[in-house]
Design a binder for this molecule. Structure first.
Ligand code: FAD
Length: 459
């Protein structure tokens, strides 16, 4: 595709700024319009996830744009889940039996800043802040914006418009409201919301709990998690129902009740969170949902990407990684040398949608796994066995989690199908006492492979 084209990107978040950088590197004229102020000048973090789990699919995209080393400096490795029980006992469950496989905690703001700085190094990339897209005329490839500084509205046109404007996408709304073509859209909310809290650093700047883990306090119907930040703090997130159960967001409405809840359920966390009540009553409670839609594109004029096309719940730590993978996959399609945007957009969506649908479903599965199953003995046995298999047979066995998180060379859908069959096989074999975690590993592996194949054939 001729790179003299003008591309308008809506949204300078994680996906939009990476896309702008990559298209800038390819020589396109890129204009990005972002509704918020420039996060490099104004603190806009309030209430949005401050840090994120960053893994191989995201790293692959960073490699594509030459930012691997710069991004590594922003990362804190997390080798496993540190599970906290109600008595404050902990145990570490590694993410993989292969030592080089771990996930990272990364600052959303730090990463977004880096991507914007790198994108703006290209003369052909321009970023405009405080410009909210109100609607998109996808027949004429123009977008209507409101400039928050002058309060004036203005229209921009381009050869193509790509919306990376997140879960509330203005382009997606225009598709839906425009009723000019058959546009399918679903939005499923969880009954749980989330609230961000913090464990602040010690006075000397040290971490108050173990740094290199994703901490989880699983409690069946709800959970607390914590990810480390470079400044010695942890960002803590409470996932809790809005209105079900003894404690829920609607009835945690007094200081005493919040303290009672934390004292009962998360006493060790409470002991290092003297700031709990301030955070609890200052920070917003936000909903969590899954958005699926199709088609993502209208002819060769407009395209949805990132959360705008496929917002997912955060429990696999893959929303940002998947949005970055969109850019890698889009780039691959551009490499194929098509010379019309319609074919490029169509091919991209055809290659990608089955994988983003799969990670959306896997993320819901992991919600139940994290809040509940991780504390279940048979699940723990399964994890121990999988760790041992990955360690002993690194080229022969990979758990579902490893395939999703650490194998950027297979799609989410393939990881989901194989991983679910493997999970079922191990749980069947453990329940029927046909394998024993202290038994011979090679024989366990053979039995799991055979059972997995049988399940895959049945499906
Ligand atoms: P966003 O990051 O939402 O960016 C959209 C941008 O568009 C924003 O800058 C916004 O201001 C701008 N915008 C919006 N509307 C307009 C408009 N009308 N006009 C102009 N600009 C507009 N993912 C992971 O991989 N790992 C994790 O650990 C993880 N944890 C998460 C925890 C929580 C609590 C949540 C909610 C999400 C988490 N995610 C995680 C998901 C991740 O945040 C998203 O998938 C990712 O931010 C998607 O990037 P995006 O650029 O598509 O959208």
């Amino acid at each position: 595709m001729n790179n003299q084209q003008n591309i308008l990107i809506i949204g300078a978040g994680l996906c939009g700024s990476l896309l702008a950088l990559r298209l800038g590197q390819r020589g396109y004229n890129v204009s990005v319009y972002e509704k918020r102020p420039d996060l490099r000048k104004v603190d806009i973090s309030s209430g949005r996830s401050i840090n994120l789990a960053f893994s191989n699919r995201g790293q692959k995209a960073m490699k594509l744009v030459g930012l691997e080393k710069k991004v590594k400096a922003l990362c804190i490795p997390m080798n496993g889940r540190m599970i906290h029980d109600t008595h404050g006992n902990t145990f570490l469950s590694n993410y993989s039996g292969r030592e080089h496989e771990y996930i990272n905690s990364i600052s959303r703001g730090g990463l977004n800043t880096l991507l914007l700085d790198e994108a703006e190094k290209h003369e052909n990339v321009k970023v405009f802040f405080n410009s909210k897209c109100l609607s998109v005329d996808f027949e004429n490839t123009t977008a209507l914006f409101k400039d928050y500084t002058s309060k004036k509205e203005f229209v921009e046109d381009a050869d193509v418009i790509i919306a990376a404007d997140g879960a509330g996408s203005a382009l997606r709304k225009s598709y839906y409201l425009g009723k000019k073509f058959l546009f399918s859209f679903s939005q499923d909310w969880l009954s749980h919301g989330y609230k961000e809290l913090a464990i602040l650093p010690k006075e000397n700047g040290d971490y108050k709990t173990y740094k290199n883990a994703l901490h989880i306090w699983p409690r069946g119907d709800f959970m607390l998690i914590a990810l480390p930040n470079l400044d010695g703090s942890f960002t803590v997130t409470l996932f809790l129902s809005y209105d079900e159960g003894e404690y829920n967001f609607n009835n945690l409405n007094t200081e005493n009740r919040v303290l009672e809840f934390f004292q009962k359920e998360f006493p060790d966390a409470l002991s290092i969170m003297p700031n709990l009540l301030d955070d609890f009553f200052t920070n917003p409670t936000s909903p969590l949902g899954t958005i699926k839609c199709s088609p993502w594109h209208y002819k060769g004029n407009t395209l949805l990407m990132g959360d705008a096309a496929h917002a997912i719940v955060p429990f696999y730590g893959q929303g940002m990684n998947a949005s970055f993978e969109d850019v890698t996959e889009f780039d691959k399609v551009l490499d194929q040398g098509y010379n019309d945007w319609e074919t490029i957009f169509k091919t991209f969506e055809k290659n990608r949608k089955r994988d983003t649908d799969a990670i959306a479903d896997l993320a819901i599965d992991n919600f139940h796994e994290m809040k509940d199953h991780v504390a279940n003995p048979i699940f723990q046995e399964k994890r121990k066995l999988e760790m041992a298999l990955e360690k002993e047979f690194p080229d022969e066995y990979a758990s579902k989690y490893s395939m999703v998180t650490f194998n950027e060379n297979i799609g989410y859908r393939e990881a989901m199908i194989t991983g679910r069959a493997q999970d079922k096989a191990i749980l069947n074999l453990l329940t029927d006492k046909k394998i024993d975690i202290s038994g011979d590993l090679k024989s366990n592996l053979e039995k799991i492979k055979k059972e997995t194949e049988a399940i895959l054939e049945d499906d």
